[in-house]
Design a protein around this ligand. Structure first.
Ligand SMILES: Cc1ncc(COP(=O)(O)O)c(C=O)c1O
Length: 452
């Protein structure tokens, strides 16, 4: 079918998620046709360097034959079977066992889902179930942060700390408290060091706990590095200072590794990069390199045992999705993790991450750029009207969207985030030449925006 015809059918019939629907009605879609390695191609045959790994997820790149084969083989052997009522399938069992080798939670069990959002929804339900089961029914509230992104289902959208994901949706939300984002570039006082800023955020946490009562707060959810909220790495000392406060108050740390997990920040998980000791973890995206929709919640033994005991009394743990532990998704995720191990992808990604961060130092001097930040193979470039005062561009200028569009013209996919940060997050298999090409194209894209 021609691009024009597809475009018309899109305009007539598709409802695009996370899109300015009004503008889309005028501009129409950019339609992808195929992908190979770190490149994708549109329906007119133009090649793009995928600088965002899709949505922070295609870790092993596009067209990986081993993952295609894993899916095909599993579909032929056994295409579907639920995990309900104690039934199982081999890929889910083996994936859970493989994840137990990867995650830093001793004795963890894995509850599978289909997306990061449903997994974070499950986190909220599990935490509530757990505290009810151990006789602390008042522990309900969950601490999150402004700028956090944890998904879009009712509960996970309430955890998300970005206004557009709340406005007009009438979310249930008085059980979620958003703390100040650990966003040093925007929220530090003039001259305040990262350590001093982290101290101030730790004081805020103490004050919120004192106000709400520790007996009412169940958990805090955090991405090790905040991705969709602006690519915000934690300031120095942040997790070191807040974790003891959480522990003192019996507040569980939910570690949202949906973006940071599986090599993105230079280690297997973001919690290892920033020395976080999670109670539970949420994983998705790179878990299958996005070849199949699958997510997982890592549940520690102390929670599992209490939940199991309570479910025994009721005769059922009454939560589960039809496609949880889908054998095809699990088989692909398992092969994905094996390939990461066999090919040393974590070590390669860490090396490429160093090259990316070093290369982006060039961008720091660009007249549009206020801040460059990130860790390893994830980076954010914040665009500002005034580099001295950090003053933002007027929102109607849509400067980040213009920059992302200019990069597209250059054949590079990046993402414009709220707050005018351009995000970069390429597949982990990117090579040295491609990292350099990414930086070069990004600079050319930014130059286009200021060109007379
Ligand atoms: C940190 C984080 N958590 C959760 C989610 C939600 O995942 P999904 O879009 O698969 O529902 C995302 C999605 O980008 C994410 O970045």
């Amino acid at each position: 079918m021609t691009t024009d015809r597809l475009g018309q059918l899109d305009l007539d019939h598709l409802f695009h998620p996370s899109t300015d629907l009004k503008t889309h009605g005028q501009s129409g879609p950019l339609i992808w046709e195929r992908g190979e390695g770190v490149h994708v191609y549109d329906t007119d045959g133009k090649q793009y360097l995928e600088g965002m790994a899709g949505l922070w997820c295609t870790a092993l790149g596009y067209g990986e034959p081993e993952l295609v084969e894993a899916a095909k083989k599993q579909m032929e052997t056994f295409c579907y079977g639920p995990l309900f009522a104690g039934k199982a399938n081999e890929p889910s069992i083996r994936l859970a066992a493989k994840l137990a080798e990867w995650v830093p939670i001793e004795g963890a069990r894995f509850l599978f889902g289909c997306s990061g959002s449903d997994a974070n929804d499950a986190q909220v339900k599990l935490i509530r179930y757990y505290f009810n089961a151990i006789g602390k029914p008042h522990k309900k509230k969950i601490l999150s942060r402004e700028n956090a992104y944890h998904g879009v289902t009712l509960a996970s959208a309430a955890l998300t700390g970005l206004p557009a994901f709340h406005k007009n949706f009438d979310l249930p939300g008085d059980d979620v408290i958003h703390l100040t984002a650990p966003y040093h570039y925007r929220h530090a006082e003039p001259g305040e060091s990262e350590e001093a800023f982290s101290d101030r955020l730790a004081e805020e946490l103490r004050a919120v706990i004192a106000r709400e009562g520790a007996e009412n707060i169940a958990a805090m959810i955090a991405e090790p590095l905040m991705a969709a909220g602006g690519v915000i790495p934690p300031p120095a000392g942040y997790f070191e200072k807040i974790q003891p406060i959480l522990r003192e108050n019996d507040i569980l740390m939910i570690d949202d590794e949906v973006v940071c997990g599986f090599g993105r920040t230079g280690n297997d998980f973001g919690c290892q990069t920033w020395d976080i000791q999670p109670a539970t973890m949420t994983m998705a995206k790179a878990l299958s390199s996005a070849y199949q929709p699958i997510s997982a919640v890592a549940v520690p033994p102390f929670m599992y045992e209490a939940i199991a005991e309570a479910s025994g009394e009721m005769g059922l743990f009454a939560h589960g999705l039809t496609y949880a532990g889908h054998p095809v998704a699990a088989a692909v995720a398992l092969r994905n993790l094996e390939l990461m191990e066999e090919r040393g992808v974590m070590v390669h990604a860490a090396k490429m991450g160093e090259r990316l961060q070093a290369g982006l130092e060039r961008v720091r001097e660009h007249p549009l750029v206020g801040d460059v930040r990130g860790e390893s193979l994830i980076a954010g470039v914040e665009l500002v009207a005034d580099r001295e005062t950090h003053e933002r561009f007027a929102p109607e200028k849509k400067i980040a969207f213009k920059a992302a569009s200019a990069c597209l013209e250059e054949g590079l996919i990046v993402r414009a985030l709220p707050g005018d940060t351009i995000a970069v997050c390429p597949p982990l298999i990117i090579d040295e030449g491609q990292v350099d090409e990414l930086v070069e194209k990004l600079v050319r894209g930014l130059d286009r925006v200021i060109a007379p």
